[in-house]
Write a protein that binds this ligand. Structure first.
Ligand code: SF4
Length: 128
């Protein structure tokens, strides 16, 4: 068992790394992805935020597992949003329990890019 505290892992500028993720193994795989966008957790907060395409998202929670800053939650698609879906999108959403990722802590994003490449539905992009 390591005696290194979680808070001590990271860079001098406060950037966290994959060891802060809920699923460090999954985050390490995402970190090696050749298409990983962003600034490797060195962007100041507020410059980037993740945008979830709720029509693609199936609420599998890989973003929750890899984000070192607890940006995501998996929620239920709101009735208001669900009503805007096409019949096919409604069927897909219903088949996945109407689950979707949301970003209640988007202001904490530092653009590590892990969520973008970890999402199996390619439903997340980083926007400035
Ligand atoms: S890029 Fe994604 S995984 Fe990384 S800090 Fe921002 S929301 Fe979290």
């Amino acid at each position: 068992m390591s005696n290194v505290s979680t808070e001590s892992r990271g860079d001098a500028d406060g950037a966290r790394d994959e060891t802060h993720s809920a699923d460090a193994a999954k985050a390490r795989r995402a970190a090696r992805h050749p298409e990983r966008p962003g600034e490797k957790c060195r962007a100041p907060t507020g410059r980037f935020r993740p945008e979830v395409d709720v029509r693609r998202c199936e609420g599998k929670g890989d973003c929750v597992a890899v984000c070192p800053y607890d940006v995501f939650e998996v929620d239920r698609v709101s009735d208001e949003t669900f009503r805007t879906f096409s019949p096919l999108a409604k069927l897909k959403s219903w088949a996945h329990g109407r689950k979707t990722a949301s970003t209640p802590n988007a202001d904490a994003c530092r653009a590590c890019g892990l969520c973008v490449v970890a999402c199996p539905e390619r439903a997340i992009r980083l926007v400035q």
